[in-house]
Design a protein around this ligand. Structure first.
Ligand SMILES: [Zn+2]
Length: 222
């Protein structure tokens, strides 16, 4: 393999994932020419291939513009990669520096997508922290949730990422994050478990050590 042959490099990458694949098996619409990230036209071609795969006529007027719309929707659904979550919390308020009680923002709605099926995860996050000096505007907590929701996710990791960002930037006495969400890969396919809600939580610092504070937090979520 020539060291600067990017097409060969790409083939090699594919072989590592699945040695059985042959480049002639790949639909011409989704063949990617280099190791560079796919551009917009590549992404639209991939969506068109998926439409054709279902048996739909991808050139039918009703769906002709769908690849463009889907890629535009992706920009929004997966826009979290462009957000600096730490930066969202970097502006703090000094005038409330003496505040020493729990700060809680509950029922933060979010939309995410599971990384296994790209199916929607729709739910609510509840975020609390016990300040140690630094306090942020509460809308910033909602924006941190949004920054991680708009990525390929699993709920457990999203819970950790939200909590760890607050821990790292605000260095509070403790953080509590609870996420409850419906996973459309479960409710609309597979075993079709309607109305099943998954709960995940992360508790650290004083929320782990102080049973009264923990109770206060969970009582506030009822
Ligand atoms: Zn899934």
């Amino acid at each position: 393999m020539a060291p600067h042959d990017s097409a060969a490099l790409y083939d090699h990458d594919i072989e590592v994932i699945d040695e059985g694949i042959d480049s002639s098996d790949v639909h011409p619409l989704v063949q990617i020419k280099s190791t560079l990230p796919p551009n917009r036209a590549d992404a639209e071609a991939a969506v068109k291939a998926l439409i054709s795969y279902t048996g739909e006529n991808a050139d039918r007027p009703g769906v002709l513009e769908t690849p463009k719309r889907v890629v535009k929707a992706f920009d929004e659904w997966f826009g979290g990669y462009k957000i600096d979550a730490d930066g969202l919390l970097s502006k703090t308020f000094d005038e409330v520096e003496g505040y020493q009680d729990m700060v809680l923002l509950r029922d933060i709605p979010f939309h995410s997508h599971c990384e296994h099926h790209m199916a929607p995860i729709i739910g609510k996050a509840h975020v609390a922290y016990m300040p140690k000096g630094r306090v942020v505007g509460i809308s910033k907590l909602a924006r941190v949730v949004d920054a991680f929701a708009r990525r390929f996710q699993i709920q457990e990791r999203m819970t950790e990422e939200v909590a760890q960002t607050i821990e790292r930037v605000l260095e509070p006495q403790g953080v509590a994050v609870v996420i409850e969400a419906e996973h459309h890969c479960m409710t609309t396919r597979g075993i079709h478990t309607h109305d099943t809600v998954m709960h995940t939580k992360h508790l650290s610092g004083v929320f782990r050590e102080d049973a009264n504070l923990r109770r206060e937090f969970f009582d506030a979520l009822r």
